[in-house]
Design a protein around this ligand. Structure first.
Ligand code: SF4
Length: 390
């Protein structure tokens, strides 16, 4: 397996401010410690260049996530790319994504990212309505988001994605339609939509506990879930994954690598990695690990060793399930032939009964080689996945 490329994820755990719903590993700071952090990222890459699991393998995609990677300068981004190119090699035409906050639209900065090798930008827009932006505690306006997207395209990065959050307090279907309508009129290639979840430890969680935050009823959120693909399809976006839509072929190649169970290395504070162990083309096990979450601890540890906080050996059984359920997130579904080729066991042997029942109940489509979720299955995806664990 070792000749296959791997995906590189780079975590930047800094934000100008912390949004009240966010439980990502990120810290509000007036100024990110760019030089020290980038040096730690480069050191971490050098440590993995010696790792026999990754040595000699090229990078297929790069994804700068966060946090707010656009707090880093184009020069800082380029210096990590240069290290990655030198140590591993980056495949020709590789997708290189940068997550960006639209709070300070800046054409020159986007042109700098383009020169640094970034060819896809994902903007955290969340909504175009002032009321919802305020409720979500966002530090940008709808006009900032429009300008940022237009300037980014003008600066030479035409593959642009944006995130929309739905299921926000007092939001109606018409409100959601407004956000999607504005988004679809912009020169973007991709939209990710997420239902707002109230995570423990966040200010939203505390507000909800005190009865100060209401979320829309479940049946309204379910209607929104149904509305989004229908509306976006009418505006040229096809759904290719439960939460993701693209124009033409502009799928997120990096995220496709996750859903297809491919190897990825995550560097940066709190980043996760996953590397399968193989014999020939077959996977016989694997390992997953996560980095130290606090930026200061991460940067200190990376000076001398890989800054890992925990590691988990993966059994073949857990890898089977993960491959199967992540594959079902994709509209293309899971290929039973690919499954057997990778794991040496038939998915029908492992999940035959659940598959038969779910197909009879209308949640799963079974086309022989390809297993995929129906629209009812997508609406109840989490319950469907559980059935494969029984
Ligand atoms: S900008 Fe994004 S990563 Fe940062 S706090 Fe807000 S939601 Fe979280």
């Amino acid at each position: 397996m070792t000749q296959y490329p791997f995906a590189l994820y780079i975590h930047v755990p800094f934000c100008a401010q912390k949004c009240p719903y966010c439980d990502f590993n990120t810290y509000a700071t007036p100024k990110a410690p760019e030089a020290e952090y980038v040096e730690a990222l480069r050191k971490e890459l050098r440590l993995y260049a010696e790792d026999p699991r990754l040595r000699g393998r090229a990078i297929s995609t790069i994804f700068w996530g966060g946090g707010t990677p656009s707090l880093l300068s184009p020069g800082a981004i380029e210096s990590v790319h240069a290290e990655a190119r030198q140590l591993f090699g980056v495949e020709e035409g590789a997708e290189v994504t940068l997550e960006a906050n639209p709070s300070e639209p800046d054409r020159d900065r986007y042109a700098g990212y383009c020169d640094a090798g970034v060819n896809r930008v994902s903007f955290g827009v969340q909504s175009f309505a002032p009321k919802r932006l305020a409720l979500l505690g966002r530090d940008h306006s709808a006009e900032d988001a429009r300008r940022a997207i237009n300037l980014c395209v003008e600066a030479g990065i035409s593959n642009v994605s944006l995130d929309i959050i739905f299921g926000v307090e007092e939001q109606t279907i018409e409100d959601l339609e407004y956000d999607l309508e504005v988004a679809a009129a912009l020169p973007i290639t991709h939209i990710s939509t997420y239902a707002l979840t109230i995570e423990p430890g966040t200010p939203f969680f505390q507000r909800q506990e005190r009865g100060l935050l209401a979320t829309p009823p479940d049946d309204l959120v379910a209607s929104m879930l149904e509305f989004i693909p229908t509306y976006l399809a009418r505006h040229g976006f096809s759904r290719y994954e439960i939460s993701n839509y693209c124009r033409g072929l502009a799928r997120s190649q990096h995220n496709e690598a996750y859903w297809l169970g491919r190897d990825y290395l995550g560097i940066g504070a709190g980043a996760h990695s996953y590397v399968a162990r193989g014999e020939g083309a077959r996977r016989v096990g694997g390992v997953r690990w996560s980095n130290l979450a606090l930026p200061a601890s991460y940067m200190k540890a990376a000076e001398t060793e890989t800054p890992v906080s925990w590691r988990e050996e993966l059994s073949p059984e857990s890898m089977h399930f993960e491959f199967f359920y992540l594959g079902l997130r994709r509209v293309d579904g899971v290929s039973m032939n690919d499954f057997e080729r990778l794991f040496g066991v038939s998915a029908r042997t492992l999940y035959g009964r659940a598959l038969q029942e779910l197909a009879a109940e209308g949640f799963v489509r079974d086309d022989g080689d390809i297993i995929s979720l129906t629209s009812s299955g997508i609406a109840l995806a989490d319950s469907v996945y559980e059935r494969f664990l029984r």
